[in-house]
Design a protein around this ligand. Structure first.
Ligand code: GLC
Ligand code: CA
Length: 554
């Protein structure tokens, strides 16, 4: 079986913020090419590149106007083909972002579709008449705030958009839509692309009864539609399987108990999914303020969710492991300590994630412990933040500006989108000019060059973890068992393969914690540790201390 991704570590690049080579303040494809040696040094096996196709950039490229053309802002098609080739020469795979739940409203398909009810493209999108009083067809919400329907004057109908109004949802019921998409995937395969990260792929099938959500402008009925599995299976048969393309689908609503339905190899749908369950352990469920209603992170809940995915997918699927991506905040700022224990905390999160069974995804900057900036509200760029601010703070008025900003500092997507911090020179070595989005002001101290020279280098720690993934069968194959699941501060689990047992321990507090007595007695060796002075298992765990200890089964 061609499942190279099971022993791989992925690195996600958010091109706009990675590396600018032509001095326009925006990262570009040549910027990625320039950093291939850096990525090779880190040791990653595959690069997932967020969208670089032609786009008006309402949602930073997740609004695509033409799937086969590289946006001039990032370079051109030739440069992309070069990047693919150069990555391959360095034995790195390239995974592109497949955004096919919706397009940009500037896409020619939508431009034609809105013209009339009778042309070839009319049914490429989801159009509906107004209710008799002129209002929206139902109460569905956009993730970016407000209604998921926008009135179109030319066609005299509403169209559906789960995200911004400039991102109309495609109608997957139409076989011509599906075949256009499959052709686009074959096109990129012919250029050498090895696989796809699939943006909100679990939203492609809509409930054609369009039932109201329990509460207006929420999104409960907008996931896992009736034909989702059928469409994904068809795509698998048409493209993924015949062309051996890897797939990892974004699946916001999947639970550990049903996730296997998307990734069980026998069902021939996807290879992996990104689930959201573990990332919501700091969210007040069902609150009127949606994702902006936060509570302290619940470590036992996090452990149980991760453990349950380990258990449920074992033998019938494969986990994608992540804490950060372009939609998530920096984990150490959100759930840890990004000041006094920044190195310890970054490496502790890395240890527990990379010790699990599955394929780890590292997001740019995570490997040097980049942190959330604390900007003022009007310094942010993100369409999600702006839309939600308008909706919750201004219209609905269920959250104060102050509380909203506090939540923004914890979780907003822009936390991960500040330009990459390469060195302490002007603009952090990211660009010669002022970047498209504000740099985190801490770049003079937190940057790649400084980290690599430091005795406490997050980068070096990641290098080791990635190398372990390549050399240690136990990480790929070993059984998983969560220990002390209710312990509120320590994350401890066990991996077992043949007669070898690894204990993974991390203290997620800034207080010392005692190592459970039975583990103190273990004899063996340290595989990795983030406090260099630790010699035995007897000492208590220092703040954010993490380690992996290998022993033999008794
Ligand atoms: C996914 C993307 C996110 C985007 C949204 C709409 O969640 O990761 O960045 O805004 O889909 O495409
Ligand atoms: Ca540029």
């Amino acid at each position: 079986m061609n499942d190279w991704w099971k022993k791989a570590v992925f690195y996600q690049i958010y091109p706009k913020s990675f590396n600018d080579t032509n001095g326009d303040g925006v990262g570009d494809i040549n910027g990625i090419r320039e950093k291939l040696p850096y990525l090779k040094e880190l040791g990653v096996d595959a690069l997932w590149i967020s969208p670089i196709y032609l786009s008006p950039q309402i949602d930073n490229g997740y609004d695509i106007a033409d799937y086969r053309t590289i946006d001039p802002m990032f370079g051109n098609n030739e440069e992309m083909y070069q990047l693919i080739e150069e990555a391959h020469q360095k034995k790195m795979k390239i995974v592109m972002d497949f955004v096919a739940n919706h397009t940009s409203d500037q896409c020619i398909w939508f431009q034609e579709s809105r013209k009339s009810k009778e042309n070839y493209f009319s049914d490429f999108y989801i159009w509906k008449d107004a209710k008799s009083d002129g209002s929206e067809p139902n109460n569905w919400g956009s993730s970016f705030g407000g209604s998921a329907w926008t009135w179109d004057d030319s066609r005299q109908q509403y169209y559906l958009h789960y995200y911004a109004k400039e991102q109309p949802d495609l109608n997957w019921e139409n076989p011509n839509v599906r075949s256009y998409i499959y052709d686009m995937m074959r096109f990129w395969k012919s250029k050498g692309v090895d696989g796809w990260r699939m943006d909100v792929v679990t939203s492609i099938s809509k409930d054609l009864d369009f039932p109201d959500n329990p509460r207006p402008f929420t999104t409960e009925n907008q996931q896992n539609g009736p034909r989702m599995h059928e469409f994904i299976h068809e795509m698998n048969q048409e493209v993924l399987k015949p062309f051996s393309m890897m797939s990892v689908g974004e699946s916001p609503a999947a639970k550990s108990t049903d996730g296997y339905l998307l990734v069980d190899p026998q069902r021939e749908e996807l290879d992996m999914i990104f689930t959201f369950e573990h990332m919501h352990v700091d969210r007040v469920k069902g609150d009127v303020n949606g994702r902006w209603a936060l509570k302290p992170m619940d470590l036992p809940a996090l452990k149980k969710i991760l453990a349950s995915w380990q258990k449920e997918l074992r033998g019938r699927g494969w986990n994608a492991l992540y804490f950060e991506n372009h939609d998530r905040a920096r984990i150490i700022s959100r759930w840890g300590n990004d000041e006094e224990y920044r190195f310890e905390c970054a490496t502790a999160f890395a240890t527990v994630l990379h010790g699990l069974q599955g394929t780890p995804f590292v997001y740019q900057g995570e490997e040097i412990g980049m942190t959330n900036p604390k900007f003022a509200i009007d310094e942010y760029e993100d369409v999600e933040l702006r839309g939600n601010y308008e909706f919750y703070v201004k219209q609905q008025q269920t959250i104060s500006e102050k509380e909203f900003l506090a939540a923004v500092h914890k979780i907003t997507r822009d936390n991960a989108r500040t330009p990459m911090q390469w060195d302490d020179s002007q603009n952090a070595g990211f660009s010669e000019v002022t970047p498209w989005f504000k740099l985190n002001p801490n770049y003079p101290t937190i940057n790649v060059a400084a980290d690599q020279l430091s005795k406490k280098s997050v980068f070096n720690y990641y290098q080791k973890l990635i190398e372990l993934r390549h050399t240690e069968e136990l990480l790929t194959e070993g059984e998983f068992e969560l220990l002390y699941e209710d312990d509120p501060t320590n994350f401890i689990y066990k991996r077992t393969y043949r007669d070898t047992v690894w204990y993974v321990l991390a203290n997620f507090s800034d207080q010392e914690q005692i190592v459970p007595e039975e583990l103190q007695k273990l004899e063996g060796t340290f595989i990795i540790k983030n406090y260099s002075d630790r010699q035995t298992m007897q000492n208590s765990l220092a703040p954010y201390e993490a380690l992996i200890f290998a022993t033999k089964e008794t």
